[in-house]
Design a protein around this ligand. Sequence first.
Ligand SMILES: Cc1ncc(COP(=O)(O)O)c(C=O)c1O
Length: 405
Amino acid sequence: AIHQLFLEHIVCHLCLLTLRCMSLSEFFFCVFGMTWNDLKVCFFTLLQGVKKPFEEVIKANIGDTHAMGQRPITFFRQVMALCCYPLLLDDNKFPEDAKNRARRILQSCGGNSIGAYTTSQGIDCVRHDVANYIQRRDGGIPSDPDNIYLTTGASDGIVTILKLLTTGEGRTRTGVMISIPQYPLYSASIAELGAVQVNYYLNEEKCWSLDISELQRSLQEAREHCNPSVLCIINPGNPTGQVQSRQCIEDVIQFAAKENLFLMADEVYQDNVYAEGCEFHSFKKVLFEMGPEYSSKVELASFHSTSKCYMGECGFRGGYMEVINMDPEVKAQLTKLVSVRLCPPAPGQALMDLVVNSPQPGEPSHQTFMKVPFIFPYLFQMSDHMLEVFHFHKTRQNHRNWPDF
Ligand SMILES: Cc1ncc(COP(=O)(O)O)c(C=O)c1O
C-alpha cells in the first residue's frame, strides 16, 4: 500500500505539518499556493543558469496523471467529443456504443446540449447510474439516486459538507477531525470556514494505520475547546497510501456511532490499490454489513471522483457524493446549498457517468476497454519510481512511456 505514495503529496504534507491556520488570511493551500509559487521561482532561476545545490526541480505539486503522461481512455474521449459536437454522431469513425451513450446523456440535458445548466443535484440519469455502480461495487447493498449529489470533483463535495456542518461559536464551534498527514484541502477548507482543525495522527510504525486510541485521545483533548462532530477519513490514504482493513473501518464506525460523529469518507483512491493482500472496502458497505444498529444511525458522506487512477481526468472536474442517514431537514439545506452554485460542470457529470457505466460485454468498445487493467502496472511503477526519487536513490529513470488504452 505504501507504493501509492506520491511525492507531491508528501511535499504538501511536510509543509502542512507546520500549519495551524484559523482564518482566511492565514489560509494556506500548498497544492497551488505559496509553496508552489516559491518552487516555480526556483524552477525559473535554474533555467536561467543560476547555480543551486540541486540541478532539477520535479513538478510534483499535485496528482495530475495526464500532466505526467498518462493517456486518456479512448471510449471516454469519444463520448465526450460526441457530447460536445453532436454533428459527429453522423461520423462512422465513432463506435455505436459511444454514440448511444452520448445520445442518452444529451437527451437528459436541457435543449439536448451539454452546454446547458443541469439540475443542481446533477443529471438524473447520471445519478441513477452512480447509484447502480455503488450497488454493484458494494455487493448489492442498495443505493438511492436521491442520496447522490454530483459534484465539481470530490473537492467540491467535501467543502460543501464541511460548510453544511460548521456551526457554533467558541467552545461550541464545530471541530473537524482530520488525519495527519492529510490532504491539504481539509486544513485549508477548515480554515476558510472558521471551523476547528482537530488532528489525529496516523501510526507510521504500523504502515500509517489508524488507531482508535489515537482518535479517542484527539477527541477528548478537542472537547476542551470545541465541539468535535465530524470525522474525516481518507481511504485509501493520501499522502500515506495506507489501505484500511475491514476491521479498522468497523472500529471507526463503532467509534463514530458511540461519539455521535458525522463520518466523511474520502474514497477518491478506491481504484488505486496495488499491494498484495490489500483490498478496498467502502465505508458504506461496511456500515450496512454491521447491521441496522449502525446502518440506520451513523451519518456518512462518501466521495468519489473522475480525477484519479486509470481515468485521471481531473481537468473535467467530475465527482459525486453519497449521503447516508442525513436528517431530511439537513438534506434539504444541502440541496439548497448546492443550488446556489447552480450545477457542477455538465461535461464532468457526463464523464462521471462513463466511469460508473463502462462498456459492457457485447458492446463494440468493450474489448478495447478491457485493456484498462493494463494501466495498473504503469501506475504501480510510477508510484514506485516516486518512492525511489523521494528516498534519493541514485537509480534515476526517465518518464515511463504510456501506451494508449
Ligand atoms: C485525498 C484526496 N481527496 C480529494 C482530492 C480532490 O480530488 P478532485 O480532483 O476530485 O477534486 C484529492 C486530489 O488529489 C485527494 O488526493
